[in-house]
Design a protein around this ligand. Structure first.
Ligand SMILES: *[C@@H]1O[C@H](CO)[C@@H](O)[C@H](O)[C@H]1NC(C)=O
Ligand SMILES: *[C@@H]1O[C@H](CO)[C@@H](O)[C@H](O)[C@H]1NC(C)=O
Length: 333
């Protein structure tokens, strides 16, 4: 997220001098823009796509989650979180199989983070919290928000990823660590440390994939059942402005990531080789100028989950100083 950007000027210069191949650029389509004043600028920090295809978007400039229907472009405030200031990552929890938990009627659960960020680059120490958003089994009832854990010893909870049933990984950019949290108790361990610039994270096939916005890399770490490293990290891409990303890899770890490239205002595809791999994949520019204004901030990319958009991408973009938007991209176009 942008509040943790250091050495950004140097990064931008580096990147501007190395243009990426762009075979056929996809034209981003803006599907939703936050209403309200454009000053100060609003921004979405993260996205989760519901099984029904609707988009949940956390706001970095307000304690709000918005829900957007990609079929109509209609969006509205879903929940306002009392006791939070600025929301960060969000991820759906893989549901428990145990039937007694399912009959409690909380089938669809998300974990999201918050911090107090009074101004850009200023995170209030000790303000990190982790919350649960739960949709009751009855589709008509309103979702509920509850505090899962206050984390006064954490720095800045940034990215969140599901980890098996009932657990999530949380990246802490300031502590340079990843926590593993039980979604029922809020208890957590710290399986991964020493992760400079850790930002967006994803878990897949025995690996934790993670962005590093300081050294501008995407990498993956082989881990055990409790997310403890079992081998060295593999670097998948370098020299890449990166925040959060969408990941699509098969059982052998081969596939691709679509990277939200922060102030580059674009989305980049990274080809990923089968694991283990010591070779970096090819990078391709997928869509540029997401904001349509020449400048903008892209924080995250996510796949659609309806049959008609499972191959499409949704990305957040701050409109170069205006209101936050969500754009749709067809990476095959
Ligand atoms: C954080 O949220 C508060 C409102 O809760 C807002 O006033 C402030 O501008 C936000 N910070 C940033 C960096 O957007
Ligand atoms: C961005 O897109 C807008 C709208 O298509 C266009 O007017 C503008 O020239 C573009 N800017 C850049 C830097 O590509």
């Amino acid at each position: 997220m942008r509040s943790s950007m250091q050495s950004l000027g140097a990064s931008l210069l580096l990147l501007l001098s190395s243009p990426l191949p762009a075979l056929a650029l996809s034209t981003p389509t803006t599907i939703f823009t936050l209403p309200g004043p454009v000053a100060p600028a609003s921004w979405f920090e993260n996205l989760a796509i519901r099984p029904n295809g609707k988009i949940l978007a956390t706001r970095g400039d307000a304690p709000e989650i918005w829900q957007i229907d990609p079929a109509t472009g209609q969006g509205s405030l879903l929940v306002s979180v009392t006791g939070a200031f600025n929301l960060t990552g969000i991820a759906e929890v893989v549901p428990h199989r145990r039937p007694q938990l399912q009959t409690q009627g909380c089938l669809e659960t998300y974990v999201f983070g918050s911090s107090h960020i009074p101004a850009p680059l200023q995170v209030e120490p000790g303000s990190a919290k982790v919350w649960k958003l739960q949709f009751p089994a009855s589709g008509a009832a309103a979702p509920t928000v509850s505090l899962l854990a206050a984390m006064p010893n954490a720095g800045f909870i940034n990215g969140i990823a599901a980890w098996g049933r009932g657990r999530v990984l949380l990246s802490d950019t300031e502590a340079e660590a990843i926590y593993l949290m039980n979604v029922e108790t809020g208890a957590y361990t710290t399986p991964l440390t020493g992760l400079t610039g850790v930002n967006g994270i994803k878990a897949a096939r025995g690996y934790v994939y993670r962005a590093d916005h300081l050294s501008l890399t995407l990498s993956r770490i082989p881990v055990n059942h409790d997310a403890v490293a079992t081998g060295p990290a593999e670097i998948l891409a370098t020299n890449q402005l990166i925040d959060d990303f969408a990941l699509d890899v098969s059982a052998n770890g081969q596939g691709k990531a679509y990277v939200g490239a922060m102030y580059n205002n674009n989305v980049v595809k990274v080809a990923i080789a089968a694991a283990p791999s010591s070779s970096q994949g090819a990078k391709t520019l997928v869509a540029d100028n997401l904001s349509g204004t020449g400048t903008g901030l892209c924080t995250v990319v996510a796949f659609g989950r309806r049959p008609q958009d499972s191959g499409l991408l949704y990305a957040t973009v701050g409109q170069g100083g205006g209101s936050a938007s969500i754009v749709r991209i067809d990476p095959s176009a």
